[in-house]
Design a protein around this ligand. Structure first.
Ligand code: FMN
Length: 348
């Protein structure tokens, strides 16, 4: 039990909920239906004479102090339940094999229940990857502070930690966290005291320009826009609660990923950004990188392969990265720096 945690939850309840989330994400249509991530509104300029060699395209980047073979992070998903151990192990093995980054799911369950720790212990499978831990920001209003953040990072030997801020999901979740007040101030006090890179992310409803601006001096190493257009976590909660969508409008609400990315990049030109939420192809990724993201992240599409095997995850990722490579080649971008110089065209 974490010191100062005000309202202890039945420990296994968090683990059970995590499992339900995984099941719902696998079995129900939890993606947005009336909203897209917005990348179809833009074209990467196609170049019939690219002057590049597909085999020589260099996708390597440096992100948060580590070199990645491509600017790709496996999105934050899960941990805690037995099933999560399989998922995280397969994701970690694949990230290590391909030289990509790995974000883990919320570690609250492992801080409050030591039994749940092993599912997060993936360093042994992925000694070299950029490993990013995860906690919910609302926990800062329930007694969490620097000690819990440091435990979350150091217990799993992570390189960094992402805070997720998810007021809409929590509002729709039975027993969800409702109090998001005073958090910018708490972050401004906490983040500078943590000697590891910290990120802020949503979970698929998007960070706005105003939110990005409100934390611009907090000291985050990067913001992950985690926008709308892919998995709707409000929808996941409706399916968990009712087996159907009862809050149609709320579950389709959010800032499309391309919009969030474009607007935040313009307002904060120096802030490192991750584009996630509905990134579904290498071409989406190429557009997001050209729009100014330093990396992209993908979550739900990797869930099914992760339950199957590390090889299935590798296969999914290799196809995605091949698409990114082809997109770069056919746009004449020999490396990521060249890709980021391209100007996207607005589709008519
Ligand atoms: C099964 C599952 C569990 C998730 N758990 C977390 C979590 O614990 N913490 C977090 O920050 N995001 C979590 N997410 C949200 C993702 O990181 C991501 O922001 C969101 O799903 C949108 O990306 P996508 O459209 O590629 O799925 C989870 C996503 C999935 C599919």
């Amino acid at each position: 039990m974490v010191a100062g945690y005000a309202e202890p939850m039945e420990p296994s309840a968090i683990g059970k909920r995590k499992l339900k989330h995984v099941q719902v994400c696998l079995d129900y249509p939890v993606e947005y239906q009336t909203r897209t991530a917005g990348f179809e509104r833009f074209d990467l300029p196609y170049k019939a004479l690219p002057e590049t060699d597909l085999a020589e395209i260099d996708m390597r980047v440096s992100f948060l102090g580590k070199t990645l073979a491509a600017p790709f992070l496996i999105g934050a998903m899960t941990g805690g339940a037995e099933l999560s151990a399989t998922i995280n192990k397969n994701l970690a093995l694949a990230a290590q094999q391909l030289g990509l980054g790995l974000m883990l799911g919320s570690q609250r369950v492992m801080l409050e229940q030591s039994k749940a720790r092993s599912s997060f212990m993936v360093r042994r499978y992925a000694p070299d990857v950029l490993l990013i831990g995860n906690l919910g920001i609302a926990q800062l209003n329930k007694g969490y502070g620097a000690a819990e953040v440091m435990s979350a990072i150091e217990l799993i030997e992570a390189d960094a930690l992402a805070f997720h801020s998810n007021p809409l999901q929590e509002a729709l979740q039975e027993d969800g966290d409702r109090d998001f007040s005073g958090l910018v101030k708490k972050l401004a006090e906490l983040v500078p005291t943590v000697p590891y890179p910290m990120l802020l992310k949503e979970v698929g409803h998007g960070l706005s320009v105003q939110v990005a601006q409100s934390v611009k001096d907090v000291g985050f190493a990067a913001l992950d826009v985690a926008g709308a257009g892919g998995t709707s976590w409000a929808k996941v909660e409706d399916y968990v609660n009712y087996g159907e969508v009862r809050n149609q409008d709320l579950t389709e609400w959010g800032i499309p990923t391309a919009t969030a990315l474009k607007d935040i990049r313009k307002a904060l030109p120096q802030m490192p950004l991750v584009a996630s939420g509905g990134i579904r192809s290498g071409l989406d990724a190429a557009k997001a990188l050209a729009m100014g993201a330093q990396a992209v992240a993908v979550a739900r599409p990797l869930l099914k392969p992760a339950l199957e095997s590390a090889e299935a995850v590798v296969e999914w990722l290799e196809h995605f990265l091949w698409e990114l490579r082809v997109a770069m080649h056919c746009a004449g971008a020999k490396d990521i720096a060249s890709l980021t110089k391209l100007k996207l065209l607005k589709r008519l």
